[in-house]
Design a protein around this ligand. Sequence first.
Ligand SMILES: [Ca+2]
Ligand SMILES: [Ca+2]
Ligand SMILES: [Ca+2]
Ligand SMILES: [Ca+2]
Ligand SMILES: [Zn+2]
Ligand SMILES: [Zn+2]
Length: 444
Amino acid sequence: MRRLRRRACQRHIKDNKKLSQNIQCHSEPFAALKDKLCEESTFLTGQTLRFAQGDDFKILAKKFKRRIVSAGVAAAITLGTAATTNKALAAGLPDPHQLPVSMDSDGDFLANREEFAIGYLLFDPDQNRNLIPDGVELANRCNSVIGSLPWQGQQTDPNQTYKWHTPVFGIEFCEICGATINMGPAGIVNPRLNLSVSFPLIALHYIEHGSFSYNGTIHDGRVDVPSLLRVLETRFPYEPNDHQLPLNYVVKGSGQLAPDANDLDRDLLADTEELASGFDLYDADQDANIVPDGIELAKQCSSVIDQLPVYNPYGGGLPPEKPYKINYFQHGLELCEICGNQVNMGYWHIVNPKLTLFIDVYDITCHYLSHGSFSFSGLKIDPPNGPFHNGRVKIALLLSILEMPKRCGDLGTIYLPGDINKDCKEDLNDLADFADNWLQSTGP
Ligand SMILES: [Ca+2]
Ligand SMILES: [Ca+2]
Ligand SMILES: [Ca+2]
Ligand SMILES: [Ca+2]
Ligand SMILES: [Zn+2]
Ligand SMILES: [Zn+2]
């Protein structure tokens, strides 16, 4: 089947005398995939999903997700439909550069031994539930990191990671799209860690297409994924956001925002914060959703704060018995140091009546939390825009006041031993999952 398709493509390339990457003959499975997504989206949301000409797989999946989430049925997609849709996506992948990998139990384009080496799950093709096979998005992420690296000789600092390529006299062709690529070697060097990884240049063409395996007329093989991640100092496909201030971030006049900048697992939770909140200081991704825990915890806190009931102490009613917030916004604004957005200079007073604890959270703090950061830095609205509110949330205190983990799946959720599908209920579905996993298990 695969060979047939390839042959048809080669014929197509010849016919068109054009080595384009958008080959018509791949559009057929893609069209089927679109139909499938439309169907599922219509089923879940009652609205028809529309695609523009030239939508690629990533945009497609994103559109689908956005529609589903905006329709408020995110839970349905995470718990029920995702599994079947993943299989559909994995089966009908539109970019034929994404070559299947041997010994890949969950079909996510990462071999079992690679998943083991980089700390991913062997039997979950979509750990972050975004409908993109994890191997494909990891390759995409690597592609964007590699894209931002300077070429050898163009580094601005001797410790900077760089990429190199030694052109030779000769080219090869991509077996999938026919692109012409120099057959010389290439690689990436990380001088600070004294690590490097090398591959034929054609590997970069495949990484660009979401694949760590490559197949050219001269070279075929697979990039050493664990080494590549080490060299790039990347572990997750997650796109970082500038609001996620490093723990050693310093603001003029206030000094370092975080009281502790030691972070063994580099998940943006300081070691002392992990200890104080009962997290694992050696595991950057305790809930295995390939999002660094510090970043997702901040976002979870943000959404829990958003949903707290507002209590007006001057309104005459009794305060709620559950956690609530009081609005102490003020007549004045401050600026976000990172994006320049204006937020209120006031704060929320958050109370947990049962524990008789409270915490004040500035509006600027909420802004940073929503971007995945417990550190925050606001500036005065008037030039020269000196520092205003800045610091770092007292995480352990905030978590106890908000009674986190609040929802099933929030970081720190403890699952009962029989709760195999992790929906916080032990039921018949777990039995089915158990039977599934038992059949797939390669363990003794
Ligand atoms: Ca796999
Ligand atoms: Ca994924
Ligand atoms: Ca940490
Ligand atoms: Ca995580
Ligand atoms: Zn190609
Ligand atoms: Zn901002």
